[in-house]
Design a protein around this ligand. Structure first.
Ligand code: TRP
Length: 334
């Protein structure tokens, strides 16, 4: 809480090109609930360097992501949209929280284990303490709710454990954050392997719809989407490919899976795939147009970056100063 307002914090990494899964599963949810909270939406570039990045590429992608936040419908006058690296409080609080987090806790993080296996040549300390930085992001703004995907729930749990531990020692310093999971059905799977999440790091370009894919590409990818030989459009686990297409159609049109099943009763897969493709195109087209328009206005985006970093700085400093005082750092002499 800040004053009498509930706070929402979330962030995304600017690694890889955003997919339809990121949009329908996260960004769109943010837009839908943003009005109810004092919000902070960060481009978490400090997290990104836990894996080696090309500097020019990272910078470009970070700006694209920040612009996409706005193109998706987050009003930067009302929502604080900023780069994590512009607000030093994230790193400063992370350091303090590192001293309240146990190696054993971090060792249990499944994402660390996965990433360590994937980047065996670069298992750096930042990768290990990634969840602590995430805890700092959240606690720095006294967030009440944190929209996250399932894969981040464990990080939210450890955030709560760290907050609890700190509060138990120093009194009520941090708000206890709750995960916000969004609507069911928003988890979008790969078009080529519906057992896997649609991912921006998938090597097969046909597996994911990218937000910047043009209409022809979108339609082509849906035509090639893996289904089954059941020849019936039903919403059930036995038909994961079709189920995923129903979820995508449902999230794109606002219809429930039941309504979608009724709508396509007796229809063929080919026709259904086309309809899903077209529904997705009509979601992406306005987003892409808005993105193109915003990208042209460098001064506007620069202004957003500057003003919102200042706003984030202001709120973050309140928490940081309080924490520094609690742990016994001497007050500044002015
Ligand atoms: N780790 C998150 C992810 O990869 C991104 C993230 C960083 C985040 N800090 C956060 C999400 C704070 C929510 C709150 O998806």
């Amino acid at each position: 809480m800040i004053g009498d307002q509930k706070v929402l914090f979330s962030g995304m990494q600017a690694t890889g090109n955003l997919t339809l899964g990121n949009y329908l599963g996260a960004l769109k949810n943010w837009v839908d609930i943003a009005d109810e909270y004092l919000t902070f939406f960060s481009v978490v570039d400090l997290h990104s360097i836990t894996v080696r990045q090309d500097p020019a590429e990272l910078k470009k992608r970070a700006r694209t992501l920040l612009t996409l936040y706005i193109a998706a419908g987050l009003d930067p006058e009302k929502n604080c949209i900023y780069y994590q690296s512009h607000v030093s409080g994230h790193a400063e609080l992370a350091w303090i929280l590192n001293c309240f987090t146990y190696m054993g806790e971090l060792n249990r993080m499944t994402q660390f284990k996965d990433k360590a296996a994937k980047h065996a040549d670069n298992i750096n300390a930042g990768l290990f303490t990634y969840p602590v930085l995430m805890a700092a992001d959240i606690l720095l703004y006294q967030a009440d709710v944190v929209p996250v995907g399932k894969d981040q729930l464990q990080h939210l749990e450890i955030t709560r454990d760290i907050a609890q531990r700190f509060n138990a020692i120093y009194g009520d310093v941090f708000t206890m954050p709750e995960p916000y999971m969004g609507k069911a059905g928003a988890k979008i799977m790969s078009l080529q392997d519906p057992a896997k999440k649609m991912s921006k790091s998938d090597e097969n370009p046909n597996a994911s719809i990218y937000l910047m894919d043009d209409p022809d590409t979108v339609i082509r990818k849906f035509k090639r989407a893996v289904t089954d030989s059941e020849a019936q459009i039903l919403y059930r686990d036995e038909q994961p490919g079709i189920k995923n297409l129903i979820d995508i159609y449902s999230a794109s049109t606002g219809k429930t899976p039941d309504e979608v099943v009724k709508e396509f009763d007796g229809k063929g897969y080919g026709e259904f795939k086309m309809a899903v493709g077209e529904a997705v195109v009509s979601v992406l087209k306005p987003l892409q147009d808005r993105f193109a328009e915003l990208s042209k206005d460098k001064a506007y985006i620069d202004g957003v970056i500057k003003n919102n970093a200042e706003k984030a700085e202001y709120y973050s400093m309140k928490t940081l100063r309080k924490v520094q005082k609690k742990v016994g750092f001497p007050e500044r002499i002015r």
